[in-house]
Design a protein around this ligand. Sequence first.
Ligand code: ZN
Length: 174
Amino acid sequence: MATFPIRLFGDPVLRTRASEVGPFDGSVQKLMRDLMETLSSTPNGAGLAAPQIGILKRVFAWRYEGESGCLANPRIIDSAGSVVDEEGCLSIPGIYYPVERARDIKIAGLDESGNEIEATVSDYKARIFQHESDHLDGILFIDRLEPETQKEAKRILREYLTIGVPPTQRRDVL
Ligand code: ZN
């Protein structure tokens, strides 16, 4: 097992569609362990998708309220309701905005043992799964903001890319 550096906004790997994992073999299990260990090493990460550690495979890890797990080849097969809540991303440090997501989703995929599972999840856990599934398609949460909010976020991000230091860290050195 190992922890990996988390790729940051501006890295093209975050904008690339990840490919399905093939047979559930040792390499998929290793990727799941690496994702889980890297996620666990962050103070407040609730989810981490493989592209965020530079691996373009459809796998993510999550942890929420004492539970954790991984999902490979996740597919959201049903969704209902809508809820707005604040969201952030380990790849876009220091940026938090309200994002509208489905309240309830039904998701299918392969668990840590390679078993095909189907689960219905709600609220913040459903938000994590939707955010991480987006990462596998090269979509970031800022893409889902209201136009005005998105303009502000993009202005802050342009500044961040120019200076090369995430906003939170910049605030710390004032
Ligand atoms: Zn993210």
